[in-house]
Every structure is written in structure tokens, then in C-alpha cells.
Design a protein around this ligand. Structure first.
Ligand code: PEP
Ligand code: MG
Length: 315
């Protein structure tokens, strides 16, 4: 039967055999944290700060940013809140930073690259995050989007350190970052896989083009191999590697991500119950076996089918 029902999450992500996986929420504005709290998210795995400023013609000032970030920290006392610095450009243009004349914006000045042109925007944002975190005594992580090189990760970490921010990570959402996750993780504290962009860039398939959805699919074995590479680097370094793309919201794929070694899954609050329930119904060994099968599959459909067989058998 296909009855949709609300599944409650009790606030601790676990597989049936007790393997711990933090289940976190993606939030896009201070107003959207209510849903995350209601869903009992263990914290915020991705705060998309650019969504606070979509309607701004001018860059937000320090005080406005401090107020916005404080509201999110205040909503999660004692819990981890990971803030992503502005990911402007491509599908999320911001009037005050995105150039209108790029031929290929998905491959252009977006994410961390905007700091090449406008370093003062990043510095103001890091100052605002540090100020807000100190005021709320927050457990803050800061991460940069669209990192493609180890040098960028080093540079970002240094800029964060200059503002007293010491839990620093990067998003792994380019194939370049996935295949250099080892040396990147030698320089930062954590990484978070952005599977929406990682699928787009691995498969060379525009995430905004519905016609390419078959390719732009996180179940594509090529994408799963990128994820595996990054998770293995995390395990080797003893550093957390989570997932904050839409892939984490698909319960069966969430189990594959756990099998590949992801330490946390961050998703839209409404997906938390279903993912939590599915993970409680499988063992970590099942997740690993299913991940091996999915990675070896010939395509996204075959990966799904193989995973379904291996994840269902013990349920
Ligand atoms: C992603 O790319 O998977 C991600 C989490 O970032 P966004 O969707 O905001 O680009
Ligand atoms: Mg992204």
C-alpha cells in the first residue's frame, strides 16, 4: 500500500544494529529553522546563507548578517550548526555579486570563486559568523562551497582562522575536490558532499535541465564512486565526511551513503522521519554490501535495483 504517513524521528540517527549516523537539517533562512526543530534534527548540516539575501540589491552589512546567523544558532543551543559561506552564482544568482554576462555560469564565478573578485564579502561574512557564534556560544562549523583545489581549502581555512573560526570544512561538490579529498582533508576539519552539484559536474549534466534527469542522478555509479573516494579519504584521515545534497533525503540512497562511510546526512526537515526509519530497519553490514553492489552496477537503475534487494532482505 502507498499510504503516505508522517514518520516521527526521535532525534538520534542509528542503524538497526546501532551504527551512529547524525541526521541533520538543511535550512535556507532563519525562518525555516522551525521545521528543523519540529523534525528533531540533531543540528544543522547545511545553512544556505545565500537564501537570506536573494532579494538584496546591495551586499548585506555586518549587523544584518549577525542577526540572521544568531537566530539560527539560538534555535539549536548546544547543537552543531554548519554554516556555508555564500554560494552565489549559477542557479542562485545574487544581484550584488553575480555577473549577468557569463556564458556558462555553472562553470563560472560561483561559490568560493566569488571571493576572488570580492574578498571583502567573504571577510565580512566570516566576521559576522564569528560574532554571532560567540554571542550565542554556538557549536559552529563553517564551510565553503564549490572548492576545486587543495590551495583553495588551505586559503579558506586560513581566512577562517583569522576570524577565530576553527571548525572549518569544505563542500565536496566538484569531481576535482572528490578525487583530492585526501589532501584536502589533511588541511581542514571536515567535508560535506554536495551531491546535487557533484552529480551535475560528474555527469556533465545541467541540474536545471529536466531532460537530463537520467544522467543527473546521484544513483549513477560514477557519482557513487566519487562519494566513495571522499568518504574513504575521511575514514583514512579520521575526519567527518557528511552528505548535504538531496541524495541524503532518499531513504534507500541514505543507506548506501552510510555504507560508503558518510558520518552524517543533512536533508530537508520533512525527509528526516523517513530516512531515520529506513536506517533503523537495516544493519551497517547491509548498507556496506548494498553500497558495493550499487557502485559496481552498470547504471542508476541497476544500482537502485541491486540496493533494493540487499536492503530489503533483512527487513
Ligand atoms: C549540493 O550541491 O548538493 C548542495 C548541497 O548545494 P546546493 O544544492 O545549494 O548547490
Ligand atoms: Mg551545491
Amino acid at each position: 500500500e502507498q499510504v503516505s504517513r508522517e514518520v516521527a524521528f526521535d532525534g538520534t540517527g542509528l542503524t538497526g544494529d546501532g551504527h551512529r549516523v547524525q541526521l541533520l537539517a538543511n535550512v535556507a533562512s532563519p525562518d525555516s529553522v522551525a521545521a528543523a526543530i519540529e523534525a528533531k534534527a540533531e543540528g544543522v548540516g547545511l545553512f544556505r546563507t545565500e537564501f537570506c539575501f536573494l532579494d538584496h540589491a546591495e551586499a548585506p552589512g555586518l549587523d544584518e548578517q549577525v542577526a540572521a546567523y544568531r537566530r539560527v544558532f539560538a534555535a539549536f543551543p548546544g547543537k552543531k550548526v554548519t554554516i556555508r559561506t555564500l554560494d552565489a552564482g549559477a542557479d542562485k544568482p545574487l544581484a550584488f555579486v553575480t555577473a549577468a554576462d557569463e556564458v556558462n555560469p555553472a562553470l563560472g564565478i560561483r561559490g568560493y570563486r566569488t571571493a576572488w573578485r570580492r574578498p571583502e564579502l567573504l571577510d565580512t561574512q566570516l566576521r559576522a559568523i564569528a560574532t554571532a557564534a560567540a554571542a550565542e556560544n554556538a557549536d559552529v562549523g563553517v564551510m565553503a562551497p564549490m572548492i576545486a583545489t587543495v590551495d583553495e581549502a588551505v586559503e579558506f581555512a586560513a581566512r577562517c582562522a583569522a576570524h577565530g573560526l576553527h571548525n572549518v570544512g569544505v563542500m565536496i561538490e566538484t569531481p576535482a575536490a572528490a578525487v583530492t579529498a585526501g589532501p584536502i582533508l589533511d588541511r581542514v576539519d571536515f567535508a560535506s558532499l554536495g551531491t546535487n552539484d557533484l552529480a551535475q559536474y560528474t555527469m556533465a549534466a545541467d541540474r536545471l535541465m529536466g531532460e537530463l534527469a537520467l544522467l543527473n542522478d546521484p544513483w549513477q555509479p560514477a557519482v557513487l564512486r566519487m562519494i566513495r573516494e571522499a568518504c574513504q579519504a575521511g575514514m583514512a584521515a579520521g575526519k567527518p565526511v557528511g552528505v548535504c545534497g538531496e541524495a541524503a533525503a532518499d531513504p534507500m540512497l541514505a543507506a548506501i551513503l552510510v555504507g560508503l562511510g558518510a558520518t552524517s546526512l543533512s536533508m530537508s526537515p520533512r525527509a528526516l522521519g523517513g530516512v531515520a526509519e529506513f536506517l533503523r530497519g537495516v544493519t551497517v553490514a547491509q548498507c556496506r554490501d548494498a553500497a558495493v553492489a550499487a557502485v559496481a552496477a552498470a547504471g542508476a537503475g541497476a544500482a537502485r535495483s541491486a540496493a533494493a534487494v540487499l536492503l530489503q532482505s533483512a527487513r
